[in-house]
Design a protein around this ligand. Sequence first.
Ligand code: CAA
Length: 240
Amino acid sequence: MARTALVTGGSRGIGAAISKALKAEGYNVAATYAGNDEAAAAFSAETGINTYKWNVADYDESAAGIAKVEAEVGPIDIVVANAGITRDAPFHKMTPEQWHQVIDTNLTGVFNTVHPIWPGMRERKFGRVIVISSINGQKGQFAQVNYAATKAGDLGIVKSLAQEGARAGITANAICPGYIATEMVMAVPEKVRESIIAQIPAGRLGEPEEIARCVTFLASEDSQFVNGSTISANGAQFFV
Ligand code: CAA
């Protein structure tokens, strides 16, 4: 029977490419989204992938949503914690609200997504936890104290989960995309974006599909011994 994959923030940007790539590999895929009903409906119509609406920052909503997906689609074997937001501001202007919004969604959201799924993975002795971190969690970023903190935190989560899950057949890995051609990067002021592209030796932004291909590898049976690792996909912009 085909395995089931859940992709948070799976109807837009990098998440949409991940959902589509997993479906193409033969997985049953469920994608979550937070608010954009129109984009989610268009995505479902285009791909045939069912979308579910909940706020990953809320534990109870996440647990209820996950229970619904498991009842309707099947026990979740692969979880891709991809949902994320930015609230960029230089530190001296960053508000506590901007700090908390990003922490709640990008970091606590990973806990809220993986925690309800984890016991089932342990019982079934198989699981793939894939967290979409960022180059900016590795190198830091001007105006992203909040975002960089969450993306660095993701790496701590997967390194710890990898140790806890290894004997239960569960792997946990992170992907650190560099700058990818999505709405999030296009929202950066054009002048700043041009200066960022100038720092990428590949000379271009990445494509969402280039991140999705990293995910399909980590989701596969073949990746069992890859555990607690970080795959950087950034066009040689930064090395750890
Ligand atoms: N490096 C150095 N300086 C930068 C900078 C950067 N990356 N970004 C902005 N600045 C500078 C500006 O040039 C400007 O300098 P001057 O005052 O000398 O003109 C100053 O910082 C901006 O100061 P302001 O007080 O006017 O800033 P603001 O309150 O208007 O905020 C900003 C502007 C939000 C910082 C905006 O410039 C911005 O969005 N910058 C981009 C931040 C960024 O790179 N975010 C990454 C988003 S993509 C992503 O997060 C996906 C991923 O994982 C890779």
